[in-house]
Design a protein around this ligand. Structure first.
Ligand SMILES: [Zn+2]
Length: 183
């Protein structure tokens, strides 16, 4: 990513505003779902480079990837609020229309709201203990705790502050034969 195009602070804010999804079934990278404000078409909204104008977050992701502004940020995944640079490329309105036709898509791309990850009671205790750790060699930042438990920064903060956390529900196996559950 051409990170020098955005101030480190803005880039850090941008990078905390999406939730990476697990890889797709075919092994390709999953979507990075924008979890903040969406516009009325379901696209993510973020501040522009100059800090005043708002811009679509997929356009910003495309800009961060390429270092230039293009006409339309086209998704290969048809998820409006996805900001994974691997799923985005600049294109023209015409290409967008051709894309739609080729994929039999007449409607707007869909919007997928990221689901907060679930953590267990033990993990909540561990997260709080890690945060209270006084030994600087063992202490982790909120960001690193979030990474270790594969949860969002916001959720980690909520767990630490005691505001909320959702315990994992042990679902019974869908398929007693032991096959992978249908996706
Ligand atoms: Zn995507």
């Amino acid at each position: 990513m051409a990170v020098e195009l955005l101030s480190p602070r803005k880039l850090a804010v941008f990078n905390k505003s999406y939730e990476k999804q697990p890889p797709n079934n075919d092994g390709t990278e999953g979507c990075w779902l924008w979890k903040l404000q969406l516009d009325r078409d379901g696209y993510g909204k973020t501040v522009g480079v100059d800090g005043t104008e708002s811009t679509r977050s997929n356009r910003m992701a495309c800009y961060l990837k390429t270092g230039v502004w293009g006409k339309q940020a086209l998704h290969s995944c048809d998820v409006a609020n996805c900001v994974n640079p691997a799923h985005l490329r600049w294109g023209t309105h015409k290409e967008n229309m051709e894309d739609k036709k080729n994929r039999n898509r007449t409607k707007m791309p869909k919007t997928i709201r990221p689901k907060p990850a679930k953590v267990t009671t033990d993990q909540v205790n561990e997260i709080r203990a890690l945060h209270k750790e006084t030994d600087p060699a063992k202490k982790l930042t909120v960001e690193n705790i979030a990474k270790r438990f594969n949860i969002s920064y916001t959720q980690t903060q909520r767990i630490i502050s005691g505001k909320c956390w959702k315990p994992a529900i042990e679902a019974p196996p869908l398929n007693p034969e032991g096959d992978a559950p249908p996706l």
